[in-house]
Design a protein around this ligand. Structure first.
Ligand SMILES: Nc1ncnc2c1ncn2[C@@H]1O[C@H](COP(=O)(O)OP(=O)(O)OP(=O)(O)O)[C@@H](O)[C@H]1O
Ligand SMILES: [Mg+2]
Length: 261
C-alpha cells in the first residue's frame, strides 16, 4: 500500500520540507518505505510491536554508527505512536537517502562472472569493515549471553518441528564458537546499494549489534533462489573479506535460522 502524505504524523512532517512529493521504491517485507524526492530523505514506517522494535533498533544503530567509517544513512529522527491501523504501536524513521541501486539488481545485470566477482569482493571488504568495528554500547542487549546462544534458544522454542530438529542437530554437531563482533544482522545483497563501480550504501540496520560474524557472511553468500553462488564469486567475497570458507553445516544452520520467527 503506498504511503499517502496525509498519513504522515505531524511530528514526522516537521522533519520534511514544506512541500514535497513521495515515490515508492521496491517495498521491503517488514516496513513501508517512501522516498521524499527532492529532499533526498527516506521515510520508513513499521507497524506492530516486533517491526516497530526493529525500526527503533535501526535508528539506534544509525545514531551509534554515525561517526564510523561506513556508508550508512544519517538518522533524522524516530517517532513512535499507538498504531493507527489497530496494531499495538507504530514507528516512523526518517533518514537521509543514499545513492545507488540494490546490489542484488546490479549483480543480476552484471555481464559475466568476472564482473559479479568484482562486486562480491567489494561486498567482502564492507563486511570486514563492519566486523572490525567495536560494538557501540548502545547496541549491546540486556541479555549478556553470546548471540549464538540467544538464536539457538529462539530456535529451540520456535513453533515447528523442523526448526527444533535443526537446533538439536546443530547442538550435536556444534563447531567452535566465534567471539561476537559487530554484525549488520540482515546482510543480504538487497540491503547494500551500489553505483558505478562502488558500494554506496548499507541500509536496514534493525538487526545490528554484537553477533556471530559468520551470520552476515552466510547471508551475503546466499541467493534468493537458493542456488549456490559461482565458486569464483564466493571466493572473491572471501578474498575481500580476508577469510577462508565456512563449513557447509554452519551455513545451512544460519540460512535456516534466518527464517526462525
Ligand atoms: N536510506 C536509504 N537510501 C536509499 N535507499 C534506501 C534507503 N533505505 C532503504 N532503501 C531502499 O529501500 C529498500 C527497502 O528498505 P529496507 O531494506 O530498509 O526495508 P525492509 O522493509 O526492511 O526490507 P526487507 O524486509 O526487504 O529487508 C532497500 O533495499 C533499498 O533499496
Ligand atoms: Mg531490507
Amino acid at each position: 500500500m503506498p504511503l499517502h502524505a496525509d498519513a504522515i504524523p505531524p511530528a514526522v512532517r516537521e522533519w520534511l520540507p514544506d512541500e514535497f512529493s513521495l515515490t515508492e521504491p521496491r517495498q521491503g517485507q517488514s516496513a513501508q518505505l517512501t522516498f521524499v524526492d527532492d529532499a533526498q530523505l527516506v521515510i520508513k514506517r513499521a507497524c506492530g510491536p516486533v517491526y516497530a522494535t526493529w525500526l527503533a533498533q535501526e535508528h539506534r544503530a544509525l545514531v551509534a554508527l554515525a561517526d564510523a567509517d561506513l556508508p550508512i544513512p544519517r538518522a533524522i529522527g524516530l517517532h513512535t505512536q499507538p498504531g493507527t491501523d489497530g496494531s499495538d504501536c507504530e514507528a516512523w524513521l526518517v533518514m537521509t537517502r543514499l545513492p545507488g541501486t540494490p546490489l542484488g539488481e546490479v549483480v543480476a545485470r552484471a555481464e559475466n562472472t568476472e564482473a559479479r566477482a568484482d562486486w562480491y569482493r567489494r561486498l567482502g571488504v564492507i563486511a570486514a569493515r563492519i566486523h572490525t568495528l567495536s560494538v557501540p554500547s548502545e547496541l549491546v542487549p540486556d541479555d549478556p549471553r553470546p548471540w549464538l546462544e540467544r538464536v539457538l534458544e529462539r530456535a529451540r522454542n520456535a513453533p515447528g518441528n523442523w526448526v527444533q530438529k535443526l537446533a538439536a542437530r546443530f547442538d550435536r554437531e556444534r563447531q567452535p564458537d566465534m567471539p561476537d563482533t559487530l554484525i549488520h544482522g540482515d546482510f543480504t545483497i538487497d540491503n547494500v546499494l551500489a553505483d558505478g563501480d562502488a558500494v554506496t550504501g548499507v541500509v536496514d540496520w534493525g538487526g545490528a549489534g554484537p553477533g556471530d560474524p559468520r551470520y552476515d557472511v552466510t547471508l551475503a553468500l546466499s541467493r534468493r533462489d537458493e542456488q549456490p553462488l559461482e565458486p569464483k564469486v564466493a571466493a572473491a567475497f572471501l578474498e575481500g573479506y580476508r577469510s577462508h570458507a565456512l563449513s557447509r553445516e554452519l551455513r545451512a544452520f544460519f540460512e535456516h535460522s534466518y527464517t526462525v520467527p
